[in-house]
Design a protein around this ligand. Structure first.
Ligand SMILES: Cc1cc2nc3c(=O)[nH]c(=O)nc-3n(C[C@H](O)[C@H](O)[C@H](O)COP(=O)(O)OP(=O)(O)OC[C@H]3O[C@@H](n4cnc5c(N)ncnc54)[C@H](O)[C@@H]3O)c2cc1C
Length: 450
């Protein structure tokens, strides 16, 4: 169990509702369940585990003192939410009964059932949950790291750049506004498009700017959205807004002082070629991959990304039966999102408890995810889907349509749900309308039960 000796407790969270014990470094310790990463996935799993089995010995290894609601970064930047509402002290989200080890994983040794922390501590476990998110590889675009924040080059994918990004969008005087989407899987595949629509609204509302602005969207993907039904919706919005959308365009180089972006364009059947686009504003979404500590470990899948290699239905590791993973760091073949975490967590928790009890792993994840598209300052396409790449709905409405109701859900209800239901382990999948499940199924919009 977490070492609760009073002399070794550090009191944290002044002004918060309760005190959290922080473990003092020791050379070696054991926990029944070790969760690496106290972000959306790690905290949700810890809370659900402790609700299902109070008293279970659960430790969370997490270095950060601040917990982010990343889904709020774009609405907050656009002024739809206070920025301060998108983060809270990590101590305030650690579930009661869990032990927080404030350090980071430096090495995974799954054969020995242990994790070595950056402080050199050895953490042994009966079951391990890996939930350390992904890393943003700004450096994979030549010239970008040193240029970010200057010469009109911005990104909402970093908390530190949100304010400057929206100041640049609001202060834009016209010209070419260029938005990018990289060649790797990213968290919230809809985010690059949300920024683009909201920015376009800001340009149109600003006297003389809209008519003097060309908005270009360059994505390395073959389509604007991976699900056909939503792709159709997006194509209609892009056409309505006169946005110049270019597929198979992968940003590889930024010549900041000249304000030129260089893309590698790989059209089927043709040789890859380079295309240069001059910009006045460049919003970049960087390439992403599993953190190096995972990608270089035995847990990683062979091949690009370096994700933790888990079964797509059970969230259990393919080679290490006592290891589970969820969220952005996992190899689960669906779009990486908080919504996906909501779908994965109850499955992982059920299977992890079954594993501890020596029972069969029966819970299955259906690939549920959502990349809500904020398409204007008053509309959202909720864009939910699963492994079948077909639209599904948690809200009894056609999810392919732009809706004001979904805008209210995304900007008003979801932030509350995140802090008060998801992180408390109280929301299992998208059960908002569970009582209406038979009706939803009859309408053919239902989430399929795994
Ligand atoms: C701009 C933006 C907009 C988004 N919009 C949406 C949206 O509208 N809807 C939606 O569903 N999703 C959205 N997302 C995606 C969503 O936030 C993520 O998919 C979700 O947070 C993934 O949860 P996670 O637990 O896998 O990773 P995270 O929440 O990122 O947590 C990972 C945790 O691991 C910790 N960590 C890292 N390295 C180590 C280490 N070595 N040892 C221990 N701990 C470590 C980190 O400090 C962090 O706390 C958005 C994301 C961004 C950036």
């Amino acid at each position: 169990m977490c070492d609760l000796d009073w002399p070794v407790l550090a009191w944290l969270g002044i002004g918060q509702r309760r005190w959290i014990p922080v473990a003092e470094p020791s050379s070696e310790r054991h926990h029944r369940v070790l969760i690496v990463g106290g972000g959306a996935g790690g905290i949700t799993v810890a809370a659900q585990l402790l609700r299902a089995r109070p008293g279970l010995d659960v430790a969370i290894l997490e270095p950060a003192t601040v917990h982010d609601y990343q889904s709020g970064w774009i609405p907050a930047g656009a002024g739809l939410l206070p920025l301060a509402s998108t983060h809270r002290p990590e101590a305030s989200v650690i579930p009661p009964g869990a032990c927080w080890i404030q350090s980071s994983a430096a090495r995974f040794e799954p054969e020995a059932q242990r994790v070595i922390t950056a402080a050199g501590e050895v953490l042994r476990y009966d079951a391990l949950v890996v939930a350390i998110g992904l890393q943003l590889d700004w450096g994979r675009i030549k010239g970008l790291p040193e240029a970010l924040g200057q010469h009109g080059i911005v990104s909402t994918y970093s908390r530190d750049h949100i304010t400057a990004t929206w100041a640049a969008i609001r202060g834009f005087q016209g010209g070419t506004a260029l938005f990018t989407h990289p060649a790797t899987p990213i968290k919230c595949g809809g985010a690059p498009q949300k920024v683009r629509y909201l920015a376009d609204d800001v340009f149109q509302a600003s006297s003389g700017v809209g008519v003097n602005t060309q908005v270009i969207f360059c994505t390395a993907m073959a389509k604007l959205y991976p699900v056909e039904a939503y792709n159709t919706t997006v194509e209609q919005i892009v056409a309505r807004r006169h946005i110049d959308a270019r597929t198979l365009h992968n940003l590889i180089d930024v010549r900041a002082t000249e304000q030129v972006a260089v893309f590698e364009v790989s059209e089927p059947g043709g040789e890859p070629r380079h295309e240069e686009i001059r910009f006045d504003l460049l919003h970049v979404v960087p390439p992403m991959a599993a953190p190096d500590v995972v990608a270089s470990s035995p847990l990683a899948i062979t091949g690009p990304g370096g994700w933790v290699e888990v079964h797509k239905l059970t969230c259990q590791h393919k080679r290490y039966a006592d290891v589970f993973a969820l969220g952005d760091v996992s190899s689960l073949p669906t779009a990486k999102s908080l919504a996906a975490v909501r779908g994965q967590a109850p499955v992982l928790v059920a299977n992890l408890l079954a594993r501890l009890d020596g029972r069969a792993l029966l819970a299955h994840y259906d690939g549920y995810t959502a990349c809500p598209l904020i398409t204007s300052f008053h509309s959202v396409v909720m864009a939910e889907f699963d492994y079948t790449l077909q639209p599904v709905s948690s809200f009894l409405v056609d999810p392919t349509k732009e809706r004001w109701s979904m805008f209210l859900v995304e900007t008003r209800i979801f932030p509350w749900v995140y802090w008060h239901r998801v992180l408390k382990g109280r929301l299992h999948e998208s059960r908002f309308l569970k009582p209406f499940a038979p009706l939803v199924r009859a309408l053919g919009l239902a989430r399929r039960e795994p």
